[in-house]
Write a protein that binds this ligand. Structure first.
Ligand code: NAP
Length: 303
């Protein structure tokens, strides 16, 4: 057991996966939970998500040794302000937001000095959301990036790292700005590209809907899967990671123009060199154990 009582605020994909992973690993004495709607709280009670589902965020946080904010990035600050008065002295407050600089800016000012604020971000997800979408294996062998603030108590940081490791993740520490840039490349821009591709296919009336569905091999289906991700979450990610995303999209556009030009001018060498370089990156990811060559990338399909 790593924490006596853990409070999960927000009961969607990430919080529900955390709960099942906490139970699997025996990492907490009691897990309390809260979500904003009565409907989500009722579902949580029905499926046994959390040892105790509370009707207010404050009640869920009382006496908690660890509070994890699992709500969309845009409401983290408001939730922190709401729970601040009831936080137990010496408790750790963390979050799972996909953006770090803006979350820290929104949350930190509300927290009393006698709690430890240790932001984090598990690099794991699916396109599903809500309390029923979680599963214990979500974080297995995935990274959880921990973003400690200057002067944060080391013991609190290490305890949180041990907690994520107990849920199956590998942990690494990173600075907030660097985190936001890395994620803009690896995740945020990818979502924008998928949204655009699916939007283009939809606009292209010469290709019928049934053809898109019938002939979409794994590649395009993967775009549609990504583009089905939660609209609130992704709106908040782009609004809160504006600079890094715009920086990456600028570079992306330049590369796209270069490829467009190579196609127009018949520069096969450019295309071949480019694709050779990108193939080597894929090999590096497999060698680093972050993916596999197995069909469907070896992932277990859920729900
Ligand atoms: P989700 O499945 O959509 O769940 C969000 C939860 O937050 C819901 O239970 C919702 O309650 C609750 N909520 C929303 N506003 C609230 C408020 N003002 N007060 C209290 N609860 C509120 O989302 P998720 O995918 O778990 O994402 C949660 C966080 O994890 C986000 O910050 C996201 O950036 C981050 N994250 C997501 C992924 C991913 O791939 N999904 C990966 C890593 C990190 P109701 O159900 O009552 O509306």
């Amino acid at each position: 057991m790593i924490y006596g009582r853990v409070a999960l605020i927000g009961l969607g994909l990430i919080a529900s996966s955390m709960f099942w992973a906490i139970k699997r690993g025996g990492l907490a004495g009691e897990v309390t939970g809260y979500a904003r709607s009565a409907e989500t709280r009722a579902i949580a009670r029905e499926i046994g998500l959390c040892d105790r589902v509370c009707d207010s965020a404050e009640e869920a946080c009382e006496e908690a040794d660890l509070v994890v904010l699992c709500v969309p990035v845009g409401v983290m600050g408001a939730v922190a302000a709401q729970i601040a008065p009831v936080l137990k002295p010496g408790a750790t407050v963390s979050d799972v937001g996909s953006v770090k600089r803006e979350v820290i800016r929104a949350v930190a000012p509300h927290l009393p000095p006698n709690v430890h604020f240790v932001p984090a971000h598990p690099l794991a997800g699916t396109e599903h959301s809500g309390p029923r979408s979680g599963f214990a294996e979500l974080f297995d062998n995935r990274f959880c990036l921990i973003v400690p603030q200057e002067g944060t108590d080391r013991a609190a940081v290490e305890q949180l790292a041990a907690f994520w490791q107990g849920m199956g993740a590998q942990t690494e520490e990173m600075d907030a700005d660097h985190h936001d840039l890395v994620l803009a490349v690896t995740s945020h821009a990818r979502h924008l590209i998928a949204y655009t591709m699916v939007g283009v296919a939809d606009d292209l009336r010469r290709v019928t809907d049934s053809e898109v569905i019938k002939f979409s091999a794994a590649g395009f289906r993967d775009f549609t899967r990504i583009a089905a991700s939660d609209p609130t979450m992704w709106r908040d990610v782009f609004l809160n990671n504006k600079d890094a995303t715009l920086e990456i999209l600028g570079r992306f556009t330049e590369e796209l123009f270069a490829l467009q030009r190579a196609i127009r001018t018949g520069d096969g060498q450019h295309l071949h060199d480019y694709f050779t370089r990108t193939r080597a990156i894929r090999r590096g990811i497999i060698e680093a154990g972050q993916d596999t060559d197995a069909p469907d990338f070896g992932r277990v399909k859920k729900g």
